[in-house]
Write a protein that binds this ligand. Structure first.
Ligand code: PLP
Length: 356
């Protein structure tokens, strides 16, 4: 499919703010990729055009019933000033799995990837320099635009990609997070949509996050919905535990999001010949291991932070301090290895990285 481009003249382009002022997802670049779908024409007329508002019918089905899915990945300014993408096809394939779960049309992956590369070339100046750990966050999104109030799969959709330069996740060094383990709320039920990156999962999670923050915690750890006993994931990250020298993470049971960072971490650990178990982990097991002095590390994995060390867990009035609130050796090793591959500083034996 041919991708049209409507590009701003140089004098109407904005410049990227200072890396210190970026934060996360507050500033967007000059252009976006947009591609509509309808049942008769399928996906058609992809265009790169200036970033700006859409006009939507008030009855657009996404506004009522939430047929909306998204992805999150990053472009890095790496060696020789080239732009690097990390496993972008994994994101697009996951987006198509989310689409089929929500009865939305699958994307033509090759066209979308070509569009993404073209968009990154147009807004290349927005990819921050690597030295301070900044990057360009990429947000592909699909929403149902058909006007109508019947509850059924929409017949019209809009796909778009917007770009946001983001600052270093750890500007002052690693900051282990304080986690609140909730047994009042659940994120996803068996048979639900927990595996899909769909908007409703995040809307439903906000209340638990707000309550945790009011109590002084950074993020929520979710337990399974059936028994409220087994660990699922933390905030918008997958989670790993180190019990003595055994590394464990919950299996992809259908209610947790299959993270690409999680998958990459599992691959590195296997190559390092470290023992890993994907199995159910009861929250009581975590606290018991801590009492026996066997809980070495806890960390989350996700695109935004890559590796996020957990400093403490709070569950039913009890606290569990992990590694004296400091980042553990394994978390640090994984962070260094993954970021070195992402920024092209280190050979990539996995073919994870695409250099533009
Ligand atoms: C996106 C996401 C993750 C992490 O996925 P990555 O592909 O590693 O970024 C984990 N959990 C949830 C709920 C998510 O939305």
């Amino acid at each position: 499919m041919e991708i049209k481009t409507e590009i701003l003249p140089p004098d109407q382009r904005r410049s990227r703010p200072n890396d210190k002022e970026l934060g996360f997802g507050k500033i967007f670049t000059d252009h976006m990729l947009v591609m509509p779908y309808d049942v008769n024409r399928g996906w058609h007329d992809p265009v790169i055009r200036p970033y700006g508002p859409f006009s939507l019918d008030p009855a657009a089905m996404v506004l009522h019933y939430g047929q909306a899915i998204f992805e999150g990945l990053k472009a890095y300014r790496g060696e020789n000033d080239r732009i690097y993408l990390f496993r972008p096809h994994s994101n697009l394939e996951r987006m198509n799995r989310s689409a089929s779960r929500m009865c939305m049309p699958e994307l033509p992956v090759d066209t979308v990837f070509d569009g993404l590369k073209a968009l990154l070339q147009v807004d290349a100046d927005w990819v921050p320099p690597a030295d301070d750990g900044a990057s360009l966050y990429i947000r592909p999104t699909m929403v149902a635009t058909e006007a109508g109030l019947g509850v059924r799969p929409a017949l019209e959709y809009l796909f778009f990609i917007i770009l946001s330069p983001v600052g270093a996740y750890y500007p002052e060094g690693f900051n282990p997070v304080k986690i609140y383990v909730t047994d009042s709320y659940v994120r996803a039920v068996p048979g639900g949509a927990g595996e899909a990156k769909t908007a409703g999962n995040y809307a439903a999670s906000i209340m638990a996050a707000v309550e945790a923050q009011q109590k002084g915690f950074t993020q929520v750890l979710w337990l399974d919905a059936s028994e409220r006993r087994f660990v699922e994931e933390v905030g918008t990250m997958n989670i790993f535990f180190v019990f003595n020298d055994r590394i464990v993470t919950p299996p992809l049971s259908g209610s947790i999001l299959p993270g690409i960072t999680r998958d990459s971490v599992l691959r590195l650990l296997a190559d390092w010949e470290l023992p890993v178990e994907e199995r159910a982990i009861a929250i009581d097991e975590v606290f018991a291991a801590n009492e026996r002095g066997e809980l070495r590390e806890v960390f989350g994995t996700g695109t935004a932070a890559v590796i996020s060390p957990v400093g403490s867990l709070h569950y039913q009035g009890r606290d569990c301090q992990v590694n004296q609130g400091r980042i553990g050796d394994l978390a640090l090793r994984l962070f260094n290895e993954l970021t070195a591959i992402q920024y092209g500083r280190k050979a990539d034996p996995y073919n994870w990285v695409i250099r533009l």
